[in-house]
Write a new protein. Structure first.
Length: 262
């Protein structure tokens, strides 16, 4: 489905009934990464999976984006769907969007799941890499970002034994629009540092990490959970950054365990 909001056309899927769960994908991906969650959870909760601006089937951004831009889009989508509140799960960059939502729209979030993400901002070296990659993407296309990120998305065993999954995710990344990729990179480069500000989260929280994550080290998930008093921490064995696709049954179990407590 598509909806025009905030000056662009956003693509999303809305499946199931019950308490709403908004799943926000990471960079440079799309809502397609949530297929296993949608299939398993839509019979128990209402699963909403949008493509962020410039990713998947959503329209490319006109001009620069920030985490506030993406967060505003998510709120506009909830408004369009007539939803006052939703549990929100943000994966990687989606987690940065979730942090922005918790800071600016706390009343709209009923529960917060941080999946393979972190609270800290980029250091100077990371910021420089983001800027360089954004320039390269605009000059040469999505393949630049897809190549750069494909090396760090999977646990070694997944990469070796599940070539069809690696190929599927590569196809998802290649479908992203260069303007969307560049905007996402610059938005991540300029994102706020929440590492000492996790008191913005006043709702029940879950942290899901991958024990073999090469993109967001497992220690980041543990630090995030430690900064969230009363949060649940679930580290998934045999999973890298694509934990929701590598170990879907365990991720789905953990998500439902959390949602049942809200």
């Amino acid at each position: 489905m598509h909806v025009d909001l905030n000056g662009f056309s956003l693509h999303y899927e809305d499946c199931g009934t019950g308490a709403p769960l908004l799943l926000i994908h990471g960079f440079p991906l799309s809502a397609a990464i949530w297929r296993e969650q949608t299939a398993a959870l839509a019979g128990k909760v209402r699963v909403i999976t949008p493509d962020l601006r410039g990713f998947g089937s959503s329209e490319a951004p006109q001009g620069a984006c920030t985490m506030s831009t993406y967060a505003d889009d998510m709120i506009a989508l909830l408004d369009h769907l007539g939803l006052e509140r939703a549990a929100v799960c943000g994966m990687s960059m989606g987690g940065y969007v979730l942090l922005n939502l918790l800071e600016r729209y706390p009343a709209r979030v009923s529960g917060a799941c941080f999946m393979v993400t972190k609270a800290a901002a980029d250091d100077a070296e990371g910021r420089a890499r983001r800027l360089l990659l954004a320039d390269e993407v605009l000059q040469s296309g999505a393949a630049v970002a897809a190549t750069a990120f494909s090396k760090m998305l999977f646990a070694p065993e997944t990469a070796a034994n599940r070539p069809e999954l690696v190929a599927e995710v590569l196809e998802i990344m290649m479908a992203a629009q260069p303007a969307g990729l560049a905007s996402g990179l610059l938005a991540m480069r300029e994102r706020a540092d929440y590492s000492k500000r996790m008191d913005i989260c006043t709702v029940p929280a879950l942290v899901i990490g991958g024990e073999e994550d090469l993109a967001i080290p497992p220690e980041e998930s543990r630090k995030l959970a430690a900064a969230l008093p009363g949060s649940l921490l679930r580290m998934i064995p045999g999973a890298g950054h694509m934990v929701m696709m590598e170990q879907p049954a365990e991720v789905n179990r953990v998500l439902m365990e959390f949602l049942s407590r809200l």
